[in-house]
Design a protein around this ligand. Structure first.
Ligand SMILES: Nc1ncnc2c1ncn2[C@@H]1O[C@H](COP(=O)(O)OP(=O)(O)OP(=O)(O)O)[C@@H](O)[C@H]1O
Length: 220
């Protein structure tokens, strides 16, 4: 799926202070299947942007087209359906449910079809290298393994776009590189579009395109 941002802006309101302008008229196009590294210094607005692209937040102004659809013209219910159908999200923290096993966590987004999806969930766990952990609880896994489980959960809906917001921020360098490599490989295999927030220049250089943000703007 391709993504077009047209003059996206985001302001946050602050008590007794002027609004803070976090995104300032952002324009770009991401082609279907492209792997994008989103980089920029802390506070540049990367998370704010990726939350809007992932339909978890609305811009103050501007448009976002996913495969030609003007997403924010829809109501919240529409955004929710669109997100569930097309988008996978991996965060810096894994947000796995501690009282559910790994396989149950992967099946949570598709719980009403969990019996039908079991094989697929196990295949994904095998692909991300943690099938042997399927009946264990997240607390028994290492940080890297937990993040692999979070990726598996993001993949269960066969998303056409994956957003990953510093998914390796809590991991050591080697484990982090493995996780980012896994995201790249998964995107190549499935042809899904990947937008990855990273501070790793080596990895960013392997992306099809680097979008660099500075102070709420894109540096071209
Ligand atoms: N809900 C909010 N209310 C007010 N200000 C916010 C809110 N969310 C983010 N900000 C501000 O917006 C700016 C951009 O934040 P954002 O998290 O998008 O940056 P970032 O590039 O992802 O940074 P980092 O690399 O440190 O995660 C920051 O100054 C932040 O304090």
């Amino acid at each position: 799926m391709n993504i077009i941002a047209e003059s996206l802006s985001k302001n946050y309101k602050r008590k007794n202070l002027p609004d803070i302008k976090v995104l300032k008229n952002i324009d770009f196009e991401i082609m279907s299947g492209q792997k994008i590294a989103l980089t920029g210094q802390s506070g540049a607005g990367k998370s704010t942007l990726i939350h809007i692209l992932g339909l978890m937040d609305r811009p103050t102004s501007g448009k976002l087209y996913i495969d030609g659809v003007d997403c924010f013209a829809g109501d919240d219910k529409y955004l929710c359906v669109m997100r569930k159908k097309n988008i996978g999200f991996v965060f810096q923290f894994h947000y796995l449910m501690p009282d559910f096993t790994v396989i149950e966590n992967i099946l949570l987004p598709v719980w009403n079809e969990k019996n039908i999806k079991l094989n697929q969930a196990q295949n994904i766990l095998e692909k991300v290298g943690i099938l042997h952990w399927q009946n264990h609880f997240p607390g028994e896994l290492s940080g890297g393994e937990q993040q692999r489980a979070a990726i598996a959960r993001a993949l269960i809906n066969n998303p056409q776009i994956i957003f990953a917001d510093e998914p390796t921020g809590n991991l050591d360098r080697i484990t982090g590189l493995e996780i980012e490599k896994l995201l790249f490989e998964s995107s190549s295999e499935t042809g899904s579009t990947l937008v990855l927030v990273t501070h790793n220049d080596e990895l960013a250089s392997k992306a099809d395109k680097i979008i660099k943000m500075t102070d709420g703007k894109i540096m071209l």
